[in-house]
Ligand binder design. Sequence first.
Ligand code: TXA
Ligand code: MG
Length: 334
Amino acid sequence: MEKHKVNKCERINIMNLKNNYSPKSIKSAAVALMNGYLVAFPTETVYGLGSDATNNSAVARVYAVKERPSGHPIIVHISSLSRIELWAREIPDSALKLAKSFWPGPMTLVLRRQSLAKNFITGGQNNVALRVPSHPIAIELLLEFEKLGGLGVAAPSANKFGKVSPTTASAVEIELGRYLSDSDQILDGGPSQIGVESTIIDCTQDTPLILRPGGITVEMIEETLEIKLSNSYSSVGEVRVPGMLASHYSPIAKVFLSGTPSPGDGYIAMADIPTPKGLIRLASPKDNDDYAHLLYESLRSADSQGLKKVFVVKPDNQGVGMAINDRLTKAANN
Ligand code: TXA
Ligand code: MG
């Protein structure tokens, strides 16, 4: 793949993580998307690598930059529920109820596709995954893009395939910057508040099925729909979710959820658990939300410090804990 020179001057200054975006830079990012370039942007879950979801060659570049195998479907981001029917049809009441309750927010709905959702977005499936993110910069970018006639922004997490999702603009720059061109952009919106990817819910079957746990929890969905969901959140039926591969979300360091650490290994555990002697503390979250918020940056920090092993004490499964444990199990499965 061709490597492009990175011209930092043409980018938003990502070294300063605060107040370094402006309405002008968001407009210019929307124009870049319309012209077929890539824009990495913040969402409340993780940073996404965006492209015009109707532009085959722009989406192909996302695959190339990520080194993502073809046939993996991509989430289409829209600015509001009112645009859902551009992309999806036969939308069940349960999906509408979820959308009304949790959009904008960390939830992705898999629905029957409209013809606008081409095979290069859906991986050849009859379904399309849609999300309305809540990060103000993401929403602003989508609105500006739509003002220019854009219909949706296809955006996987802005990391190399199988690796840890970025939760800061600098993590995107470090991971993908050298593969982006001068016309591509990275928008900086500070650290992602939630820190793990959206909950993906398959709404193409009679009962909604959680395909990937995330910020919207099983309890929240059950309460909204007044039903009990199946326990398994796995790829069943006709919907394929390649991100649910047993191994994913992996740093370079090896992640261990049990076993005996040695001095110099990394350590992640709740704040009330002391650091075993000689280990390098990478994060001390105070609760599960804080754990999700800190997790990916702490795994990245293990890599930037050149650590070979990271020992992790998992949180309980309450709330976003289920999503954290899902990601940790996959990170450890490498
Ligand atoms: O929080 C998120 O969801 C972030 C932000 C950027 O929105 N995006 C994200 O995208 O995590 P990605 O591509 O890294 O993970 C999306 C997962 C993949 O496992 C993909 O296979 C699955 O969603 N997916 C996408 N479209 C699908 C579809 N039509 N049916 C089933 N699974 C789908
Ligand atoms: Mg991803």
